[in-house]
Structures are given as C-alpha cells and as structure tokens.
Design a protein around this ligand. Structure first.
Ligand code: G4P
Length: 283
C-alpha cells in the first residue's frame, strides 16, 4: 500500500488519529528497525501525549541485531516501552501481551485505586505506510480473535479486536505521514521501498544505496556481486551490471536494471541484515 501524500491526506490522517486516540490507553507505534527515526513521525508524540507508549522495532529480521539492541536502548532512555518484532514470521509476538501490561501499569494501577477492576487496556497500532501495521495486527490477533461489536447492522462504530480479557485493539491502524520534507529521510524511505519507485530515479537511488554500503557495509557488494571497486559509486554500479549481465541493446550496460536488482536484493534481505541509521547520529 502506498500513498501519494498531499496536505489533504495529512489533514485527514491527523484528524482520524485525533479522534481515535481519545478512545485508547496505549499507542503501539511501529517503526522500521532499519530506519527507526526516518520511519517515525514525531507528531505522534504530541498526539499521543498522556497515553502509554510502546514502540515496536518491526522488520527486525532485516536489520543488524546489535543496532536493534542499541535502538531499543535509545528509545527506552527516552521513556518508551520498546520491543523488537518480526511481524511476518511472528517473532516476538508472544511476548507482546506482557509488554502491553507493563507499558500500561500506571493506568492499571490508577484504575485499581479508583475501584475499576478488569477494564481492558485499549490500544491502537500506528505507523507510516508499509511499516507492517496490518501484518502485525494479523500476527497478534490471529484468526481465533473475537471481534467485538461487529454484528451486522448493529454497530456502525469502531471495531475492537479482543486479544484477551485484558487487551482490546482498534482494528484499523492509524496512518502516520512520513516526514519527507527532510531529504535524508526521503532517501532512506526510498531505499526501504516506502516511496513509490516510479517517482524516483532508480539509478540515482541505487547509487545512493551503494554509497551507503561502501561506507558502512563495505564487504556486502564484493560478497554478493563480486564488486572490486571500493570507492567510486558509478564504477560499482557498472560492475554489478557487468557481473549480473544487465545489458541493453546488444552490449550496453543496463545500469537501471542493475540498480533495481540491488534495491530488490536489499529490500528482501538478500544482502543480509543491514541497518541504515544509527542512534549516535540521532541524539
Ligand atoms: P502497513 O499495513 O503498515 O502498510 O504494512 P503491511 O502490513 O502491508 O506490510 C508491508 C510489507 O512489509 C509487507 O510486504 C509485509 O509482508 C512486510 N512486513 C511486515 N512486517 C515484516 C517483518 O517484520 N519482517 C519482514 N521481513 N517483512 C515484514 P509486501 O512486500 O507488501 O508483501 P509480502 O512480501 O509479504 O507478500
């Protein structure tokens, strides 16, 4: 799912979020573990103030483990509850219930003091497009979940998924808009495939990824594509095209095809676990 964002979309998304956030106790915010800052929108801090907060480093299977741990620490220090998850394979999903209780312990305690017992925590999943919200909700709710208030013709209101007697989840996630006014953010979101490729120059994007890899993961290009060049980005791209036989019109190198191949391999984890941004750059 991809949105071409216009101011109108943002206003609508924000309004929806403001409405829904009133109904909940806990904001479950998904970020992409490869780009935990670029895949956030800090507006959620204002929208979600006074709510319990849980940040999930999703797609943690695609990012480097030591950086997943460093990012978890980074967010914990800022006062969020944090967990690494792999929604696609279900990794970490079993522990979520406990983490939700922990994240909401102040609210549960407040309820208890007021004599309110067993009122379930109400939660909502939020995040930018493509971060894995639907995959996560499906992984968490599974097939056995009971939807509350979804009798046809009876309820027009919000749909809640009852996860157990302690937790209810709003069944539609909140969509946050990316911060694309920042170029670095836009580039990183494009690397992970959250910005439609058609509106970008594939060759430039591939070149940008090569530049990052040469700097931070120098062995990846030589291991995967037998690239010998260590500095010049376009020579690297040409070597990938040569070694992978990306050719047009008889014998010309097809650099666009090579760039697409690289981007696809990266996005699907075929280059290994790669983190694109690091906590020390974000303090
Ligand atoms: P959204 O609701 O936030 O827009 O995201 P959605 O769940 O549609 O997920 C977007 C893509 O990310 C999907 O891939 C999904 O499978 C993948 N994904 C979600 N969570 C994880 C995860 O933890 N690890 C990995 N590796 N991938 C994850 P897709 O290409 O759209 O579909 P498909 O490849 O699953 O067929």
């Amino acid at each position: 799912m991809y949105f071409q964002w216009y101011p109108g979309h943002m206003t609508k998304a924000k309004r929806m979020m403001q409405e829904n956030i009133k109904l909940i106790d806990l904001v479950i915010e998904l970020v992409d573990a490869r780009v935990p800052i670029s895949s956030r929108n800090p507006d959620i801090d204002e929208l979600g103030k006074h709510k319990a907060r849980l940040i999930l480093l999703n797609k943690s299977d695609l990012a480097e483990d030591k950086w997943n741990d460093a990012w978890a620490e980074y967010f914990k220090e800022k006062g969020y509850s944090v967990m690494k998850v792999n929604s696609k394979k279900g990794g970490g999903i079993k522990s979520i219930q406990g983490v939700i209780q922990e994240a909401c312990k102040e609210k549960i305690e407040r309820d208890r003091r007021r004599g309110i017992l067993n009122r379930p925590v109400r939660a909502m999943v939020v995040g930018i497009p493509n971060v894995g919200k639907s995959t996560f909700i499906n992984a968490l709710a599974g097939k056995a979940c009971a939807k509350t208030g979804n009798k046809p013709g009876v309820t027009k209101g919000k749909q809640w998924i009852r996860l157990n007697k302690n937790v209810e989840l709003l069944d539609t996630p909140g969509i946050l808009w990316p911060k694309f006014e920042d170029q670095t953010v836009g580039l990183r979101l494009a690397f992970i495939g959250s910005i439609k490729d058609e509106i970008l120059n594939t060759e430039e994007l591939g070149a940008g990824l090569i530049q990052f890899l040469l700097q931070h993961y120098p062995e990846v290009l030589s291991n995967k594509y037998d690239v010998q060049e260590k500095e010049d980005v376009y020579i690297c791209l040409r070597e990938i095209a040569e070694n992978r036989h990306c050719i047009v019109r008889g014998n010309e190198l097809d650099l666009e095809k090579a760039a697409r191949l690289l981007l696809d391999d990266f996005r699907n984890g075929r280059l290994g676990k790669i983190t694109l941004e690091f906590p020390q750059d974000s303090i």
